[in-house]
Design a protein around this ligand. Structure first.
Ligand code: SF4
Length: 382
């Protein structure tokens, strides 16, 4: 089978006890059936210890986290399961993370999750030259969805290539690019809905470059730093991303959200939100002149990792718009972090990306709430 593997995939090594925000905290860690069966073969006393740390989250067996982290994480930040019983005793997800492997049945793709700070660092190091390497190989992991429509899959690969090529070459500011992307997503969604998602009769995807009105310039207010207005950003953070529990579970992201609250709703609150967003934007541009380029690369990586989700969800609009949410918030957190600490090194950028992704990309409740907050934007972009 064809395997597409992101070019820096094999460069990953875990930071272990040096990790600034370890994957042993801040989210649920599911335990797969195979690992539980292995645990069943261990001596009784050990078995009891292991199973007593399990609970169910939405029907899925997970490790019962302490107030702050995984109970198997030792004081030196290393995993006691691995230390005492070998890597095989760890849940499957802990053994492969941050590698993301997806078998579509037609081909497989492998990337690294940027919710890991080390993977985010690798992305930043390789952001000018990452690409998929194509290999012919046996795929050992199972098919992850039920769609078998090879024609639709090919169409999605075609759309992804066109979008990436657009992002690499478009001569416009990032808010204008985002507006074009949303408009494109809406048109694709309407196109496929009007064809009833029936792909057997040789329907071709709507081509960006052959479409008369692409990239159709969308009117953007030049006074807006972001495509997303201050009101929508505020709803996305307060009703979606933020939760009081982050104080112990994701302290770094908690701090970033509070930098936002201090700046926009605390005592320092400025009356003109869009003017203040523009100020932050320009401030960041001064210290990181190629920040737009960085965020384009981030969006391209997002497309590489997530665009084919549409093969199962059929949702062009939600997939493309979610990437814009992520880009906008990372941009905002970069700005706020720099304003507070007067520093934004590569390692700090990677830490911000990872902390944000861990919550926003891996929690459907959070993403749905942020997407819900974004929907008023769609009516404005005809
Ligand atoms: S988040 Fe990444 S670098 Fe940190 S402990 Fe987990 S796998 Fe290692």
């Amino acid at each position: 089978m064809k395997l597409h593997r992101i070019s820096f995939y094999d460069n990953f090594t875990c930071a272990t006890d040096q990790c600034p925000d370890t994957c042993c905290a801040g989210w649920n860690i599911p335990v797969d059936q195979e690992t539980m069966q292995k645990w069943q073969t261990y001596p009784l006393s050990l078995r009891l210890g292991l199973f007593s740390h399990l609970c169910k989250k939405e029907g899925i067996p997970c490790i019962r986290m302490t107030h702050t982290h995984c109970p198997f994480q030792d004081a030196d930040m290393l995993c006691s399961l691995e230390r005492h019983h070998g890597e095989d005793a760890m849940p499957h997800i802990c053994r492969i993370y941050p590698r993301k492997r997806k078998n579509y049945g037609i081909c497989a793709e492998e990337t690294l999750e940027l919710s890991c700070p080390k993977a985010a660092e690798l992305f930043l190091e390789h952001r000018h030259d990452f690409h998929y390497v194509s290999l012919d190989t046996e795929i050992s992991y199972p098919v992850s969805g039920t769609n078998q429509d090879a024609t639709f899959f090919e169409d999605l690969l075609f759309c992804r290539e066109e979008l990436i090529s657009f992002l690499q070459t478009a001569d416009m500011d990032f808010p204008a690019i985002c507006a074009v992307l949303i408009r494109y997503a809406k048109k694709q969604q309407e196109f496929w809905i009007s064809h009833g998602f029936s792909f057997a009769d040789g329907i071709q995807p709507q081509s960006l470059h052959h479409s008369d009105d692409f990239p159709h310039p969308v009117q953007i207010n030049p006074a807006d730093a972001f495509l997303i207005s201050g009101d929508i950003l505020s709803r996305m953070i307060s009703e979606g991303l933020y939760h009081e529990k982050m104080r112990t579970k994701s302290p770094f992201l908690y701090e970033l959200c509070h930098l936002y609250f201090d700046e926009f709703s605390g005592s320092k609150k400025t009356p003109d939100v869009s003017q203040h967003l523009m100020f932050l934007h320009n401030d960041l541009q001064n210290v990181l002149p190629d920040v737009e380029d960085l965020l384009r690369s981030y969006y391209i990586y997002y497309l590489d990792s997530c665009f084919l989700d549409i093969f199962e969800t059929y949702s062009f609009l939600k997939t493309i718009a979610s990437g814009i949410i992520h880009v906008s918030l990372i941009w905002l957190f970069f700005s706020l972090y720099h304003r507070k600490y007067h520093s934004l090194t590569g390692a700090e950028q990677a830490r911000i990306i990872a902390a944000y992704e861990k919550r926003a990309r891996h929690n459907d409740v959070v993403l749905n709430a942020m997407y819900e907050a974004l929907t008023p934007l769609f009516t404005n972009l005809q």
